[in-house]
Write a protein of this length. Structure first.
Length: 364
């Protein structure tokens, strides 16, 4: 057992016997991981509030994330499941022997029965329920068929043999061509250049990767397994109170990337050199490509792809792949988004108290 274990408000992760883990994975707080489970690189199980309960022999593939809905709703995963690469389990219940495909998302309050298969890139919206032996696909996801023991064995073999090929927004330099990156297996800050401007009142997770001309303002937060990277000539600005959630990759390259004040960027998001105005919400699993502009108070729906050069106007919701105008933001939704952002400021304060201020690490 080599993964990082972090306490939160008196809770410390509990690990069953025979667990195998990459040293780059992190378990936090009120998390129980069953015996003989496997954690590949950069897996995050973040039980900072309600509980995460994981059964036996669960296989978490690279950059998968499990989180809870604050103190309100936990995450539960049954025995013998496979959680796919860059996938997200958020405050929901998953039965036994479920296969969650690569880059799929299950949102708050959903319930997945035993022996289900969820196709890659699927999005299960909040509160959806699927019975045992469902074959599930789509965004939003629907049951498109049923499974049996033979088909489950087939899907299991396929997902375990796949090589993870992330979308083009994750440039080759973050996939091993650049020896400084290696997909973030080591925390690394190039402060030799004197370019990092990180507030002492910001929370930076201990395994976050930060490099290049990066500004992070007061009360902002970069969460576990995030990568924030710019090349010489490029720069990244993250405004006051904004939060960049677990397993998000921000890559400005040689361009500029701007994130305003009090922005929420959800789990497992990929950002190119875009501009995001104040008070925006970027939903879980989104991709926003270079030169896209998200004006203030806008919302981009989960799993959306905002194509290069797209303009998302203020107070609108864009959704879909590719993303298009869906409708205007309602006032009650805007208030709800602001509440979520405030919760992340409180999270950041809690973690700074738990772990202490972030310290730059010399990798030279």
């Amino acid at each position: 057992m080599k993964c990082e274990l972090i306490s939160y408000k008196g809770f410390f992760p509990k690990i069953g016997k025979g667990v195998k883990s990459s040293s780059t994975s992190t378990l936090i707080g009120n998390t129980v991981l069953g015996s003989k489970s496997i954690l590949k690189d950069r897996v995050v199980l973040r039980g900072d509030g309600a509980e995460i309960l994981v059964g036996e022999e669960v296989n978490f593939l690279e950059r998968s994330t499990v989180h809870v809905a604050s103190d309100l709703m936990g995450s539960y995963i049954g025995d013998n499941c496979i959680i796919g690469r860059f996938s997200l389990v958020h405050a929901c219940k998953i039965g036994k022997s479920v296969i969650l495909g690569d880059q799929a998302i299950i949102m708050d309050g959903s319930e997945i029965g035993d022996n289900c298969v969820i196709a890659a890139n699927s999005l299960i919206p909040p509160g959806k329920k699927f019975p045992n032996n469902s074959l599930i696909s789509g965004a939003p996801a629907k049951a498109i068929g049923s499974t049996d023991n033979k088909s489950i064995r087939k899907y299991k073999s396929e997902i375990l043999s796949n090589e993870f090929l992330p979308d083009s927004i994750v440039r080759s330099k973050l996939e091993g061509d650049d020896p400084l990156a290696e997909l973030g297996l080591e925390p690394w800050i190039n402060y030799e250049l004197g370019l990092e401007k990180i507030s002492s009142r910001a929370f930076i997770a201990p395994d976050a990767i930060i490099r290049g001309d990066i500004t992070v303002k007061d009360k902002a937060s970069l969460w576990f397994a995030t990568i924030v990277s710019s090349l010489p000539g490029g720069n990244i600005f993250i405004g006051e109170g904004s939060n960049i959630q677990d397993n998000t990759i921000i890559d400005a390259g040689k361009k500029s990337l701007f994130i305003g004040k009090k922005v929420t960027v959800g789990h497992n998001v990929r950002l190119g050199a875009c501009s995001i105005g104040d008070n925006c919400l970027i939903g879980m699993g989104c991709t926003i490509e270079d030169d896209a502009i998200i004006e203030k108070d806008a919302f981009v729906g989960a799993r959306a792809i905002v194509k290069a050069g797209t303009l998302v106007k203020a107070n609108t919701i864009f959704a879909g792949r590719p993303a298009n105008y869906f409708r205007d933001v309602k006032s009650e939704e805007a208030n709800f988004f602001k509440m979520g952002q405030k919760i992340y400021e409180e999270f950041a304060d809690d973690y700074i108290k738990e772990l202490g201020p972030y310290k730059m690490q010399d990798k030279n």
